[in-house]
Design a protein around this ligand. Structure first.
Ligand SMILES: [Zn+2]
Length: 404
């Protein structure tokens, strides 16, 4: 099956974020095969027909957004800690709700949360799960993601002795596809050094990436944790550091030099009192930087809100060199690189997976757009998301999610 997306205003992110002009995008199966002017879907295709043409006139066409860290199961508890702080979040969400959820609950939460993402043009999600209490819970979390149609990395939080993590990997992730897996580590700052050693060694043994909430328990502990991991030879394992509000420039340089990446949650970090987003400082280190919703219990679930928050807060520090292009890159290619999928998604490079978003420009909130990239970051919202493709499959069409 081929899909020809015709005559959209194409915005790509590689090698730089740029408006390429009014072009076509040709998709064959799961992949983008060409971006250019007046593309032909191929003689046989055009004549005989196994090609769908999507008229993108007046639309913006861009890579799907990537959310590099979300506790997706919490979709069922939206805004439950609005106006709370991080202690309220720990007490209510992790202390009371998390221990009580059933496999059915987490299946529904992950399915609903992943569909919320797709509706908003987020085509790749790192699901940082905290509720894989039993094998049934783990299977239900994966099922919710799989059925939604999204591309996802299951950030799996392993329990000692680690047999279950192997079962989850072997059951659900043996063959490459839309779903993959990472180790969601508690890390030395939260769970202690002994547990962290076990987590990173497990990741190494299973050849998985690591994602960890880090650098937000005080500057001293942040540094000590990095030194501990480095001293034990564990930093060569690709690791994503979430929040990192207490990291110094030296810490961030160490992260960048060891192949690490950073996930900034620009709404809930200030809203819960975790700290000030390090968006610009992290980018200056050279590490891939991405944006994350984290949780809809106290923040928004769409990338437009996250981009606007990151943009405004960074410029609020006086960094007026930080642009809407910088933030759009974080929301797409930066996210893909953060979750280890930079070679397969995050830009419109032919050969990559066809994860695409078409945005309307004729809505009241988008009409009159002069700078398409500026308008995506400053003006767009989920109502502008008209069509969404994941791996060449249409998951949102004409403004409505395709049923699952
Ligand atoms: Zn989190």
């Amino acid at each position: 099956m081929r899909i020809l997306i015709r005559n959209g205003t194409v915005i790509d992110t590689h090698p730089a974020v740029a408006v390429l002009g009014e072009l076509d995008v040709l998709v064959d199966g799961e992949r983008i095969v060409a971006v250019g002017k007046d593309l032909n879907a191929g003689g046989d295709w055009e004549a005989g027909g196994d090609v769908e043409v999507i008229d993108a006139t007046g639309r913006l066409v861009l890579p799907g957004f990537v959310d590099s860290h979300r506790h997706t199961w919490q979709a069922a508890y939206r805004a439950i800690v609005a106006d709370g702080d991080i202690q309220d979040y720990f007490r209510t969400v992790l202390g009371e709700l998390a221990p009580s959820v059933t496999p059915d609950d987490v299946y529904a939460g992950n399915l609903a949360g992943a569909r919320e993402c797709l509706d908003a043009g987020i085509t790749t999600l790192l699901d940082w799960t905290q509720v894989a209490h039993t094998p049934d819970h783990a299977d239900a979390l994966v099922a919710g993601l799989r059925e939604s149609g999204i591309r996802a990395v299951l950030g799996y939080n392993p329990q000692d002795p680690g047999e279950e993590v192997r079962r989850v990997r072997d059951t659900h992730f043996r063959t490459p596809g839309r779903l993959s897996m990472a180790i969601a580590a508690l890390g030395p700052e939260i769970a202690g050094e002994e547990r962290a050693l076990w987590e990173w060694r497990l990741a190494r043994d299973l050849d998985l990436r690591v994602t960890v909430h880090a650098g937000s328990q005080g500057a001293e502990g942040a540094r000590r944790a990095l030194e501990f991991l480095q001293g034990n030879g564990l930093l060569e394992r690709p690791t994503t550091y979430i929040h990192g509000v207490d990291y110094t420039g030296d810490d961030l340089k160490l992260i960048a030099d060891t192949g690490g990446s950073v996930s900034v949650s620009p709404v809930d970090e200030p809203a819960l009192g975790i700290g000030y987003p390090i968006t610009g400082r992290a980018a200056a280190s050279g590490a891939p930087v991405s944006l994350s919703a984290d949780t809809v219990t106290c923040g928004p679930g769409d990338m437009f809100s996250l981009m606007r928050a990151a943009f405004a807060m960074e410029r609020g520090l006086g960094n007026l060199a930080f642009t809407t292009r910088d933030v759009l890159r974080m929301a797409t290619l930066g996210g893909a690189q953060t979750v280890g999928l930079g070679d397969s998604v995050g830009s419109l490079t032919p050969g990559k997976q066809a994860d695409l978003v078409l945005l309307r420009t004729g809505t009241p909130g988008m009409a009159g757009t002069r700078d398409p990239i500026g308008a995506i970051v400053l003006n767009a919202d989920t109502s502008a998301v008209e069509t969404v493709l994941v791996a060449g499959r249409v998951v949102k069409r004409a403004g409505a999610l395709v049923a699952v």
